[in-house]
Design a protein around this ligand. Structure first.
Ligand SMILES: Cc1ncc(COP(=O)(O)O)c(C=O)c1O
Length: 440
């Protein structure tokens, strides 16, 4: 094969992008927090690829779990019991918020949310899903319909499920309601109460407890407990989408643990296997599960609870525990936060730095007084050049891979990252941000 990059761009789709000018970098190796291209250049993985390789690359325990399983039993239909399926389900009881004790295994976060919506609709007999504008819940017709960000626009008006209503996001930097915390009394969550008072067909509210791609939005401490109460008052299910925020990313096993909130359904994927093989999870309470004792559970996949993925998850959970990565994320996150916050003092293009655990963003502004962003969803959807992409490209030249999204960066490295590696990543960001200081 001649040029791998050319063949790839000619014969396969590059996701979430205009296809013209897509020149994927040819990657040949990855280890720890680094990956290597075909020219031998190494890059620091400052966002764990798609915020998913939480154990870093080439974790030997996970690799061994997968290869051992492949030798033993590489596929068996979901209707059979296996030692590993039972073992993972028991392990999940130890790490998930108490009360989530019945599991449906999928192959992605998207499918975990699809399962959650179908379950919520079957159990409640109602149809409407409440989501928020700053959110991403997946790419298929149900999950994209519940996605607040612009990726939904391309599927409108016809190709998505009906009956989704969007609430304002919780964003204390650019509050959609133009309030300030704490004087606002968290009006954004009260807005959801207002929606529920005025709608009669709501099955569930879905939130990312800490919003990921759309801005690492960490809610004030009152938000999640109040949302739980609102959902209870209106007898509506609460779905926590922890596809990105789970598995120690925020310094707890799951982000809802920060506020001791128990969702009715928790969905996750990514870190469950550290992305070594594709696995998602839709976890529900006994109460929800019981509904299906006498009602048909109308859902399933060929690859549901696939043995290789289940083995990988057992391996990954073992590694999170052995390496104390949940506590470590909290500890290293303090250091990362200090280093990133210092960028705000230095660069007038930095509007806000926020985060929790090893989950951070640097959010840009062309005018600190108005907080105006350089770019918006509409710029991204129209393929206009984005300043964050230029900065990310400059960082890549300097050997650091970061995810840029519309007007901010997502900094979410593997949880095994060292202080020295954090310094390398932050220094590269520091140097590249100068490009935006004069652009406002
Ligand atoms: C919060 C959230 N939900 C759902 C998804 C979809 O997961 P997947 O890409 O595994 O389908 C993502 C993916 O980034 C996500 O961040």
């Amino acid at each position: 094969m001649s040029n791998i990059s050319e063949v790839t761009s000619q014969l396969t789709f590059g996701t979430w992008r205009f296809q013209k000018n897509w020149k994927p970098l040819h990657i040949v190796d990855a280890e720890g927090c680094w990956f290597t291209d075909s020219a031998g250049k190494k890059y620091l993985d400052f966002c764990a690829q798609l915020m998913c390789c939480l154990l870093g690359h080439k974790n030997q325990a996970v690799i061994k779990a997968i290869t051992d399983q492949a030798q033993k039993l590489s596929y068996i239909a979901p209707a059979f019991a296996t030692t590993e399926r039972a073992q993972l389900s028991e392990l999940l009881l130890q790490v998930l918020p108490a009360g989530l004790d019945k599991f449906f295994y999928t192959t992605s976060g998207t499918e975990a949310n699809e399962a959650a919506f179908k379950i919520a609709r079957m159990v409640t007999g109602k149809s409407r899903i409440i989501s928020r504008y700053r959110s991403y819940h997946g790419s298929t017709m149900g999950a994209i319909a519940a996605t607040g960000d612009f990726r939904r626009w391309f599927m409108e008006p016809a190709s998505k499920i009906p009956n989704v209503t969007f609430a304002p996001e919780v964003d204390c930097y650019r509050c959609p309601l133009h309030h300030s915390y704490p004087q606002c009394a968290v009006a954004c969550v009260e807005y959801i109460d207002h929606i529920l008072q005025n709608e009669n067909d709501v099955a569930a509210v879905i939130v990312e407890p800490v919003v990921g791609t759309n801005g690492i939005l960490v809610p004030p401490k009152e938000y999640m407990p109040r949302l739980r109460q609102i959902c209870d008052d209106h007898k509506v299910l609460l779905i926590a989408d922890e596809v990105m925020s789970g598995w120690g990313r925020t310094g707890k096993w799951f982000a809802v643990d920060h506020w001791d909130v128990k969702p009715d359904i928790l969905t996750t994927a990514k870190g469950i296997t550290s992305a070594y093989v594709p696995l998602g999870l839709c976890a529900t309470t006994t109460e929800i599960a019981k509904h299906f004792d006498d009602h048909y559970f109308a859902h399933g996949h060929t690859y549901e609870a696939h043995p290789l993925t289940i083995a990988a998850a057992i391996g990954a959970i073992g590694e999170y525990k052995r390496l104390n990565l949940i506590e470590r994320a909290e500890e290293m996150g303090q250091y990362m936060g200090e280093r990133l916050r210092a960028l705000k003092e230095k660069h007038n293009c930095v509007g806000d730095v926020r985060g929790i655990g090893l989950f951070w963003t640097v959010d840009l502004t062309k005018d600190p007084a108005t907080k105006a962003p350089f770019n918006t969803f509409k710029d991204k959807a129209a393929n206009r050049p984005l300043i964050v992409d230029q900065i990310a490209a400059e960082m890549m030249k300097n050997g650091v891979f970061i995810q840029a999204w519309v007007n901010h960066f997502i900094i979410a490295p593997p949880l095994i990252i060292t202080k020295e590696e954090i310094d390398t990543g932050v220094d590269a960001l520091d140097a590249a941000l100068s490009m935006a200081d004069d652009a406002g």
